[in-house]
Design a protein around this ligand. Structure first.
Ligand code: PEP
Length: 247
């Protein structure tokens, strides 16, 4: 048995408004604390508001992406040091929506993880196969390739990352991996981490993809599932809090 603390991260994606966010966070703060660690990854324009609301609450916050560059002529991008300045603990890197809609490569994702770590942010490295890849029997090869790029990119810092396994076919679809299907991939990922660091047993591997209050407990009961990365269900304080309680 390891002493891994559960972790639940809400990914708000491109949702919210200043007023709605404060309502959501107020309701969430009323429902905590939880045994698990809890964080929300919010759209970058809201970071200052969110930091103010969550300061001292025990709930951490973060962003959904960062640039692979430190600074410079990269119009529209947001850097890791900027996120650090707003008190972010986490930054998602390689979310499937970034890989799909913004053509982020495994190397881009590795660079982002590396620059996040350099600024003391914890990168939450998202990996996962598409439906076509699963049906082709390529799940293991795909997630291994995605994680391998990050392992090689960040070197001995690998123990500092969080991994999120998010099968693309389960994201926003209402279709979750079964606890056993997810556990099989998590065990594989932990094995891959163990080949790279002696700290693999202490690292958190989250499951993401249509996690809801009613399926969270069964997923989190699996030995290598240490919590969740939650999209849609993170926009409702009651539901999200129930997921946090299950971790
Ligand atoms: C996500 O976007 O990381 C995610 C898991 O979304 P959902 O929970 O809505 O499937």
């Amino acid at each position: 048995e390891s002493g891994r603390r559960g972790l639940v991260i809400g990914n708000w994606k491109m949702n919210g408004s200043r007023v709605a966010n404060l309502d959501l966070l107020t309701a969430l703060k009323e429902r905590g604390p939880w045994v698990a660690e809890v964080a929300v990854c919010v759209p970058t324009p809201y970071l200052a508001d969110v930091a103010l609301s969550l300061q001292g609450s025990g709930i951490a916050w973060g962003a959904q992406d960062c640039s692979r560059h430190e600074s410079g002529a990269f119009t529209g991008e947001v850097s890791a040091p900027m996120l650090a300045e707003f008190g972010c603990r986490y930054v998602l890197v390689g979310h499937s929506e970034r890989r799909q809609y913004h053509r982020e490569s495994d190397n881009d994702v590795a660079d982002k993880a590396k620059i996040a770590l350099a600024h003391r942010l914890t990168p939450v490295v998202c990996v996962g196969e598409t439906l076509a890849e699963r049906e082709a029997g390529a799940t293991e090869a795909v997630v291994k390739r995605q994680l391998s790029a990050v392992i090689h990119g960040v070197g001995h810092c690998i123990a500092q990352i969080v991994v999120a396994y998010e099968p693309v076919w389960a994201i926003g679809t209402g279709r979750t991996a079964s606890p056993e299907e997810a556990q099989a991939v998590h065990a594989l990922l932990r094995g891959q981490l163990a080949a790279a660091t002696v700290h693999a047993r202490d690292m958190r591997i989250l499951y993401g993809g249509s996690v809801k209050a009613d399926n969270a407990a069964a997923l989190f009961a699996q030995p290598d599932i240490d919590g969740g990365l939650v999209g849609g269900a993170a926009l409702d304080a009651q539901g999200f809090s129930a997921i946090c309680r299950a971790a």
